[in-house]
Design a protein around this ligand. Structure first.
Ligand code: KG4
Ligand code: ZN
Length: 369
């Protein structure tokens, strides 16, 4: 990082782009590892459970109600007040617009009231910069961002500079985990529940596809995989009138193995593409909710060992949506003087790499990350 920089910075971060309302305080004293002084997340899973997916209007209202409490809890927990913040950072997109707006409005109020600078953060940059918060990773590195609404390979070059090497052409893996959970009668959020079911499952009982492995690039597809699970489920239901716990486990195990295989193989290709562009072997970093999956983490870690490159994955609480990553990304921007003003707008779509072709599909739940 910037060795001449001696200024210590403390930033309040707000996150409300999907179904988690979060606030956190992060401090960085140059020469020391960054410190998460507090991090509060109010998950809305229960509010949306009966609808089978995130309902944007319900999400927006809940964010508007809960943000103040989260901010208060984050400041109290950090033992600091608003006036002691060096900036207020907020997710300004991409995401469900009502929620993003609730966050941006709240942050504007806090910034106006305290006279502290306002910083709009791209939610994807929050995930992508997390390895610098947790592992002090230097640029550049190769990032696999894999969550409920996004799946892409990025070269992280600087705080505001990302090159997209490839990504999903349809669903994101987290979305596929959620849909598969639904198909199998497992509760939401799908990822952790499919992972739990998979631990006792026999992946070999079914043979699901590994989509797009015949293509040399690092684009991916997960929608056909979900349909293949649907077909297997329907066969079982037709034959035996329903699903047994063993069927849920075996299908979960093979589905998870298929996602892992695709992510690992495509990471191998992204690594090749990266090395074509730069002779220095990168660290491979993974972030986003799906990075919480142990099978996927260990698959990626084994690949990196085989290829002799370093691998880093954030702790589970910093994989899924949180505000510490937003506070950190804000802190990184603040250090470079990249602050916003009251003209900051909430953006439903906001690609990290503005030069790359637009991604297809943003997921039924809206643009999650
Ligand atoms: O990053 P995140 O909290 O929200 C955004 O999408 O931005 O990711 C949530 C997604 C959900 O689809 C959830 O099912 C998935 O991450 N997820 C997992 C696991 N934990 C969360 N997927 C697989 N295995 C997990 N252990
Ligand atoms: Zn996210």
């Amino acid at each position: 990082m910037h060795s001449t920089d001696t200024q210590s910075r403390t930033v309040l971060g707000l996150e409300s782009s999907c179904d988690d309302t979060a606030a956190a305080v992060v401090r960085h004293v140059p020469g020391e590892p960054p410190e998460i002084l507090s991090s509060h997340v109010f998950g809305q899973t229960d509010l949306h459970a009966e609808f089978g997916g995130v309902v944007p209007e319900i999400a927006a209202r809940a964010h508007a109600e809960k943000l103040d409490y989260m901010v208060e809890a984050a400041l109290t927990d950090a033992g600091l007040n608003l006036g002691q913040m060096d900036a207020i950072a907020v997710t300004a997109g991409p995401g469900l617009i009502g929620g993003v707006l609730a966050g941006v409005m709240c942050a504007k109020g806090l910034a106006a009231g305290s006279g502290r600078p306002l910083i709009g953060v791209n939610h994807l940059a929050g995930h992508a910069l997390t390895p610098r918060l947790t592992d002090d990773l230097e640029f550049p590195y190769l990032m696999l961002l894999v969550s409920g609404g996004h799946c892409q390979f990025l070269i992280a070059r600087d705080v505001d500079q990302f090159t997209r090497l490839g990504g999903t052409i349809d669903d994101a893996p987290g979305e596929a985990f959620d849909k598969v959970a639904k198909l199998l009668g497992l509760p939401q959020p799908g990822g952790p529940n499919v992972e739990r079911a998979a631990t006792s499952g026999d992946a070999k009982r079914f043979a699901l596809p590994r989509p797009l492995l015949d293509r040399p690039d690092c684009d991916m597809s997960f929608s056909g995989l979900k349909t293949a699970v649907l077909r297997e489920r329907d066969k079982l239901v037709a034959a035996q009138g329903g699903l047994h716990v063993k069927d849920q486990s075996d299908l979960s195990a093979e589905f998870q193995a298929a996602v892992r295989d695709v992510l690992v193989e495509k990471t191998r290709r992204a690594l090749d593409a990266y090395l074509d562009l730069s002779p220095v072997a990168p660290t491979v970093a993974v972030a986003g909710g799906v990075a919480a999956n142990a099978a996927i983490r260990s698959g990626l870690s084994a690949l990196c060992e085989e290829r002799d490159v370093s691998f880093t994955a954030p702790p589970l609480s910093l994989c899924t949506d949180n505000a510490a990553m937003i506070a950190w990304a804000g802190l990184e921007r603040l250090r470079l003087g990249m602050v916003d003003d009251m003209s900051l707008v909430a953006r439903p779509r906001w690609p990290l790499d503005t030069n790359a072709n637009p991604m297809l599909g943003s997921g039924r739940k809206g643009a999650k990350a």
